[in-house]
Design a protein around this ligand. Structure first.
Ligand SMILES: [Zn+2]
Length: 264
């Protein structure tokens, strides 16, 4: 980062040298400072969680609902769906999540999104690629859930696009960034009921006419950081399917799971 150089009437050379020294020192400190665990802020070696937070993280593994990826309390055998998948099937075909949305995974998402901890993206993307392995094996392209341009401008980056880039590196599936646009600046979903969330994102996404060829007939995997009610993923999937997508699956970093589900 460029730092403004203080002006001095008497000794411009000296103040420039001081500023340069400060910049070098800052850069050296950046390298020397240990990374902090995004959940408990204790120093860690390398990137990601400390051992204690890692042990608290709840990664999702089978058995889970074939359709929604919601973990089951016991293994009902292959192909069994959750009650939710049958009662209220989403527009997307299947969803997979790397972890349950809990204290630790929430801290990681927040650190990436609001704390400039972009160094977490490779770890999170790697876990997502593992969770979505069978979906990615069949995929033609990854589509990150887009931000509205105003939010993108304020935040400077789209966390879903960063995660998609990492998953692409892991899986070899290309990213179709910009194939889906957020055309409505929706309110934050936090604090809204499930019906309000669906209402909030209705008509918020569209495939631009010039990007339809990238979507038509293709098997797409939507990438997002968190799946709460599924309303955002559902609205995105509807927009992609309307534009002719062959199928839409979803891979997220963390999903809300209220208790262990009993399969039906
Ligand atoms: Zn920790």
């Amino acid at each position: 980062m460029q730092q403004p150089i203080a002006k001095s009437v008497n000794a411009p050379g000296l103040s420039r040298a001081t500023a340069l020294l400060a910049a070098i020192l800052r850069r050296t400190l950046d390298v020397a400072l240990p990374t902090l665990c995004p959940a408990c802020r204790e120093p860690v070696r390398g990137h990601g969680l400390c051992a204690a937070c890692w042990s608290k993280l709840s990664l999702i593994a089978p058995p889970y609902c074939e359709r929604l990826g919601i973990p089951f309390a016991y293994d009902p055998g292959p192909g069994v769906l959750s009650m939710q998948a049958i009662a209220d099937p989403p527009a997307y075909r299947r969803a997979r999540a790397a972890a349950r949305y809990d204290e630790v995974s929430r801290a990681m998402v927040h650190a990436l999104k609001y704390g400039d901890r972009l160094d977490l993206a490779p770890t999170m993307g790697r876990w997502m690629a593992r969770a979505g392995l069978e979906l990615l094996a069949e995929a033609d392209a990854l589509v990150p859930v887009p931000l509205h341009w105003r939010r993108l401008w304020a935040r400077r980056f789209n966390q879903s696009a960063l995660l998609a880039k990492e998953i692409s590196r892991q899986s070899g599936v290309a990213v179709a960034d910009g194939a889906l646009k957020r055309i409505k600046a929706t309110a934050q979903q936090v604090g809204l009921s499930q019906a309000e969330r669906a209402q909030n994102v209705q008509g918020a996404f569209r495939v631009p006419a010039e990007r339809k060829a990238e979507v038509a007939g293709r098997r797409l995997v939507l990438i997002d950081d968190v799946l709460t009610s599924g309303a955002t993923s559902d609205a995105c999937a509807r927009a992609l399917l309307r534009a002719g997508a062959g199928s839409v699956d979803v891979v997220v970093f963390a999903r809300v799971v209220d208790g262990a589900r009993t399969p039906i």
